[in-house]
Design a binder for this molecule. Structure first.
Ligand SMILES: *[C@@H]1O[C@H](CO)[C@@H](O)[C@H](O)[C@H]1NC(C)=O
Ligand SMILES: *[C@@H]1O[C@H](CO)[C@@H](O)[C@H](O)[C@H]1NC(C)=O
Ligand SMILES: *[C@@H]1O[C@H](CO)[C@@H](O)[C@H](O)[C@H]1NC(C)=O
Length: 164
């Protein structure tokens, strides 16, 4: 009698753990994207000068996401709209040239990036990233967690009702 009980509850425990793992996955919801895909941050080929803006418009960015720039002998700058249009690299609001730059999209709205290497921006190594305004369906931290906790409590109540 007792043994069939313990078998039953340990099976449920495994199910519970599996469910917790699933919840854990849904809680991890900030993305870290490699700009431009495997090729990274380079001067685009001359027949594909919109490469980075095409890449950006094929992705949905949320506040809290990070984008990664990978490059060699180059740099990344965040600039204002006009300096983006003019490829003016004299006054960036952000600059990095360490070859592996993580940039956190910490607010909604538009970010403008250019290469700081001479002539690269003019050849299309530039990118506009639009970060969506937060809404209830967005994958930001905080919204999923209370739901997760609620589900865990629910599952515990379910398991308890089985075992007792
Ligand atoms: C650009 O040219 C290369 C080789 O000439 C080709 O493989 C590639 O598909 C072209 N890209 C575009 C976007 O047309
Ligand atoms: C580049 O931008 C700065 C201000 O951000 C401005 O003072 C400067 O004149 C600009 N240079 C050119 C060549 O447009
Ligand atoms: C975003 O990050 C930049 C650079 O770290 C900082 O200057 C800015 O205040 C931040 N904005 C918000 C809304 O946190």
């Amino acid at each position: 009698m007792a043994s069939s009980f313990s078998l039953n509850s340990s099976t449920l425990l495994v199910l519970l753990l599996a469910l917790l793992c699933c919840l854990q996955c849904s809680i991890v919801d900030s993305y870290d994207l490699l700009v431009g895909g495997p090729k990274g941050w380079v001067v685009p080929p001359s027949n594909d000068t919109d490469l980075y803006n095409n890449w950006a418009s094929n992705n949905r960015f949320h506040v809290g996401d990070s984008i990664h720039f990978k490059y060699k002998k180059d740099s990344v700058m965040e600039v204002g709209k006009e300096n983006y249009n003019d490829c003016n690299a004299t006054q960036p609001t952000f600059f990095s040239n360490n070859g592996n730059t993580e940039f956190k999209l910490n607010h909604s709205g538009t970010f403008y990036f250019i290469s700081g290497a001479s002539g690269h921006c003019e050849k299309g190594q530039k990118m506009i990233v639009r970060v969506m305004i937060q809404d209830l369906h967005s994958k930001s931290n905080g919204y999923h967690v209370p739901i997760g906790v609620f589900e865990i409590v629910f599952v515990f109540a379910f398991v308890a009702s089985y075992v007792i």
